[in-house]
Design a protein around this ligand. Structure first.
Ligand code: DX5
Ligand code: ZN
Length: 221
């Protein structure tokens, strides 16, 4: 099943509640990008913002931690009402330990890799994951161009998941619109993060439904 996760990184931060309301009933998850200016060269927002927006919606919070040593903050992000917490393989010395911490906090655990990280690093971690996020841009900024070469990684992860019969979602993030959503779904992605293509659109409902239709038509599994 295809799921759409609009990224609030691209919304108008002065009106976050209203922006979330534009996607609330149409999207499956809300993608929440946390950046610390160390792991990525940008700073977005952190705990106080998540705490405030948590009160405005019942959406599933798909929290993407682009922060150095996320193990320092897992319990806090869990308590704030995150539902899925995704960490970066490259951000910690012990990704397995952090994934276990996320599950121990009662949340779904995700692992992400940057475009230059080899997909093979994921295999041993899959039994500890509920979601794998293949970055289709260099993390740090919205509005970048989709890197087509990442589709080989999506197919590779999807095929291990099938073979091993794991219950893991495959997410892509960066440069997703109706056209690239179809390409990613064809490779085996089922969760599509979309920032600018949803929030820059006048009609977010239509942007989401166009993306969903395009992806559903080409989804392979
Ligand atoms: C980038 C973030 C993305 C970003 C995607 O580092 O992880 O979630 O918001 O933005 P678009 O959809 O505009 O590429
Ligand atoms: Zn993201």
């Amino acid at each position: 099943m295809i799921k759409i996760s609009p990224s609030i990184l691209s919304c108008d931060f002065a009106r976050m509640g209203e922006e979330i309301a534009r996607v609330d009933k149409f999207a499956d998850y809300l993608h929440v990008d946390v950046m610390d200016g160390l792991f990525v060269p940008n700073i977005s927002f952190g705990m106080p913002v998540i705490k405030s927006i948590r009160k405005t919606t019942d959406m599933i919070f798909d929290v993407h931690l682009m922060i150095d040593r996320p193990e320092r903050y897992i319990d806090e992000f869990a308590k704030l009402g995150s539902d899925i917490i995704t960490i970066h393989y490259e951000s910690t010395d012990d990704p397995a330990k952090v994934l276990k911490m996320i599950r121990a906090a009662g949340k779904k655990a995700g692992i992400s890799i940057k475009p230059r990280t080899d997909v093979s690093v994921l295999a041993p971690l899959l039994p500890l994951c509920d979601l794998v996020l293949i970055m289709t841009v260099e993390p740090g900024f919205g509005g970048q161009k989709f890197i087509h070469d990442m589709m080989d990684k999506v197919s590779a992860v999807r095929s291990i998941i099938k073979k091993e019969n794991y219950n893991i979602e495959v997410e892509v993030d960066g440069g997703i619109n109706a056209e690239t959503a179809a390409i990613a779904a064809k490779a085996g992605a089922n969760v599509l993060v979309a920032g600018s293509s949803v929030f820059s659109s006048k009609n977010a409902e239509k942007a989401i439904s166009d993306m969903r239709k395009a992806a559903e038509q080409s989804y392979i599994s």
